[in-house]
Design a binder for this molecule. Structure first.
Ligand code: FES
Length: 137
């Protein structure tokens, strides 16, 4: 696994998405309430760009007449034929055993840990021995 810096956090506001390219693959990054998720921008049905679909929730029913609406903003609906995928896992709600969209791990790193400046000052080891400061060269 290799890590790729794809955007600044401020580039993807809460509830929004951003299409990026990583190693020749189009990947959609979602910001859901401050959590970031990434999926391949290709529907496994016929290849539509998932980044163009609406973010919706999941309607489920265990009893006739009662519908529970969960995962609000976590389901992307394909813009072509309406298949639905969980942006957290890539799972399909059309046929979960056969179809899923590739999901990638995404997380936030502090800027200082991923973007280092090009200039590094030379440092030397310094120690104190009996009341004298000693520098290693
Ligand atoms: S291309 Fe996505 S559901 Fe058909």
């Amino acid at each position: 696994m290799s890590f790729h810096v794809v955007a600044q956090v401020s580039d993807i506001p809460v509830g929004q998405r951003k299409l990026v390219e990583v190693k020749g693959r189009e990947v959609v990054i979602f910001n859901h309430e401050g959590e970031f998720f990434a999926i391949l921008n290709r529907c496994p049905h016929q290849g539509a760009a998932l980044c163009e679909g609406p973010l919706i929730g999941l309607a489920q029913s265990t009893t006739p007449g009662e519908i529970e609406y969960t995962k609000l903003g976590e389901i992307i609906r394909c813009p072509w034929h309406g298949w639905e995928f969980d942006v957290r896992t890539g799972q399909s709600y059309c046929d979960p055993r056969r179809f899923r969209v590739k999901a990638y791990a995404a997380h936030v790193e502090a800027g200082a840990s991923v973007v280092k400046g090009p200039y590094v000052a030379e440092t030397l080891n310094v120690s104190v021995e009996n009341d004298y400061v000693v520098v290693d060269l």
